[in-house]
Design a protein around this ligand. Sequence first.
Ligand code: M6R
Length: 608
Amino acid sequence: MCGIVGYVGAKFVDSVLMVGLERLEYRGYDSAGVATISNGELGFRKKAGKLKILDDNLKQSPLGGNIGIAHTRWATHGVPTEQNAHPHFDCKRVIAVAHNGIIENYTKLKEVLVNKGHVFISETDSEVIPHLIEENFNGDLKEAVLKSIAELDGSFALVILSEHQPDTIIAVRKKSPLVIGVGKDENLVASDESPILTHTNKMIYLEDGELALIKKDKVEVFDFTGKKIEKTVQEVDTKNEEFDKGKFDHFMQKEIFEQPEVIERILAERIGEDGLVHFKERKIKREFLAKVGKIIIQACGTSWHAALIGKFILEKYARIPTEVEISSEFRYRNPILVGDTLVMAISQSGETADTLAGIREAKAKFTKVWSFINVENSTIAKESDCAINMLAGPEIGVASTKAYTAQLMNLFLFTLYVARLKYSMSNEQVSAFALELKAIPNKIREILKQSEKIKIFAKEYAASPLMIFLGRGLNYPSALEGALKLKEISYMHAIGYPAGEFKHGPIALVDEKVGVVCVMPEGELFEKMISNVHEVKARKGKIIAIATEGDRRAAEVADSILYIPSCSEVLTPLLTVIPMQLFAYYIAIEKGCDVDRPRNLAKSVTVE
Ligand code: M6R
């Protein structure tokens, strides 16, 4: 969490940094700040609250200059105030530091620095960094930074700007991402590629343990002992437009509507002319996958919901016993990982700290790790034995939508791939399944056409004190995902529950004011869902059914109904989630919430 950006070149630095921060705002948005050097002097501006407040202020009175650093914050230590906003400074205000990560030993360091006379003005862990650099400065800024970072425990991506060396930004990476953009007579540095792409598509990816000196016409990289390292400049083909909302009001809305094309892209990449599934870039041997005796999928949030569905299909079709773990639990319980176990990690951002820690735990136990990520050069991609890009394209909205359906689709394809290796499915069965998958994008398009109807339902339910989401089997995780979407962007109290378990306690919550979304497509568990709906109706709960097109029985029991086109029961999670995403989106709009920047959240959760 937190986004950092730096620029040195001929352009007007306030504007480059603010446009950069806008692109990074999804990483945190409770306060922001900028520091630049103009006429050899360090100036800064910080504001609590959304980026717009800082932007308006800088527009009225810019800092100026051609070199600067900036930061958008997701608070870890200290409430979101102007004082706690980054950049932070040394006592003389000649060294500015923007930090993403956590300094675990800051209390001890602060105590020592305070005893030496340093004056702190914030409650943050980050402020120890400029004071340490000040303490260690002996005429050479790079040396002072190297000496200081040797004293820091924890994770940090840093950009440092100082009057001591006014033509240079120093960037440092340890366990938090940092990318350098190489332009013509200008260079940039940022937490990810998005703020850089407006200027250049040439990138240098810093690795853990690297420090860079960035000037307008030169980038030099060193390790933490000060030894120079030669780095390759890579050209990326991500398009700048992918970071624009286009005709949509919000990124979340755009991303919901992009889902048919995302799924078409994944299928085109993975299903060959032979009708079978291929993972050409796979780095784990086929022989190993054919022998895998157990899979443990670890993930967080929405990615964990996708994993729960992954368990169903891997066990049903590939006949591999599969466990699903929340990463923050998995990593601390000393999991038993025997020789033929494969650990799978699922992460949109590829940076989630808990999922990454789960991968490190698995690797420390010599277990192979297969990951699905959506950010090619992310840390999870680098640390896994095999990382597969889920190909959803950049997801900016904090609420995950297209990445979820992309995760599901990738899990279906992975299942078919392994099922064939294990001979639990024949080539003909795999090809027939793949054909059904190819019909999904148009079915999603049909559901998206109901968006106006969903908007009306959203108005009706926006004032409910509680929304409950019920589902069974494969659609129990869909219910969890429907509830998570609603609570994270509309702040409405919502719970997801397995419908059969509901009567064992939570049904006590139901009264005439409560809305209950019942995910009940046609299939084996439909009759059971009908019984659960009656139980809720008997307690006066209002039912919104998500059912299969033309289902009369669902229509009879429901107060409101949303349809999905008919498809095999196993594929229904790819469809049932779409109306719930739209429902959450329109409720949030109805309540006047900031859909793409929900309170207290950040897109990339890089702290534990
Ligand atoms: O980037 P990841 O997939 O690892 O992120 C995991 C969760 O933080 C994420 O899914 C989160 O729950 C979203 N806000 C859900 O919409």
